[in-house]
Design a protein around this ligand. Sequence first.
Ligand SMILES: C[S@@+](CC[C@H](N)C(=O)[O-])C[C@H]1O[C@@H](n2cnc3c(N)ncnc32)[C@H](O)[C@@H]1O
Length: 319
Amino acid sequence: MEYRHTPVMLDEAIEFLHPKPGGNFVDCTLGGGGYTEAILNKIGRTGKIIAFDADPLAIANAQKKFKNKNNVIIIHDNFSNFHKNISQLYPSAPNLLFDGIVFDLGLSSAQLEDRHRGFSFQFDAPLDMVFGEGTNRNRTVAIVNSWSEDEIARAIKDYGEERYARLIARQIVKIRKEKDVTTTGDLLSIISAAVPASYRNNKRLHFATRTFQALRIATNDEMENLKHVLPQALNLLKPGGRLIVVSYHSLEDRIVKIFFKTESQDCICPPQSPTCRCHHRAGLKIITKKPLLPSEEEVSVNPRARSAKLRVAEKIQIK
Ligand SMILES: C[S@@+](CC[C@H](N)C(=O)[O-])C[C@H]1O[C@@H](n2cnc3c(N)ncnc32)[C@H](O)[C@@H]1O
């Protein structure tokens, strides 16, 4: 199957990343390889790019796409293991640092449109929203069938910003008493029965969009992984190197914003503290005071871009 994905805010990301011939870069979210390819075109044969993805199909596609490029190193792992992978790849270069690191978060169109996986309510498939492979395989089904009503409601509200989160969680708990919820079709009919008719008939946004998004985020611990990886990315950047994050969810963007803000300050003691006790030193300079949004033109040809926000920071020499 062809792996389809149109990269979002690619021109803007490349302009800020400014890859030069011979540079070393990391793409933490390889997907369809659009970002990796654009960076590769700028760094030439003397540069190097390391690209991560947790998804086996993204990896298989990239292995084909970059098969003759020995300066593209593809790593099939969660980006939360960023530092560990770099140390294993270059055990004799423990101080290896990069000119730029990029994250284009979330999921790709190929994942969403894969009718054998459970990311979309458009197809009836096993309810499996895991990006990667392995032990987590039944995570979505486990969440839906074993979390308490409160926990499910909170996840749907926080990660989906779904106003009917409580009603949907209640309906899940009611139905699962009769039969486990195991397919996207099961979940779709639960949501449909839980929400008011006016919401169900809303033409602008499908009534199941927010719940599916929320369960995907919970399944893959997306917020936790992002919190975990940002400090690793900062440590692995050269002074002058740039960190770029494209996010699609307000909570993700908040995590990035708070991280950039904290790491751009010398002292992070509480305001009431008379003297500095934290001894924290700024390691980042914020380049985009406000997040950059996609152009109207991009959104009109690629609606997936509509919620994108791009933030950039630059590593500074810690004093
Ligand atoms: C929006 S797509 C990236 C698209 C890419 N920039 C391109 O040009 O095609 C996001 C990708 O990140 C991957 N991903 C999301 N979270 C991940 C994580 N924690 N670790 C590794 N890969 C992750 C997804 O599997 C997906 O392939």
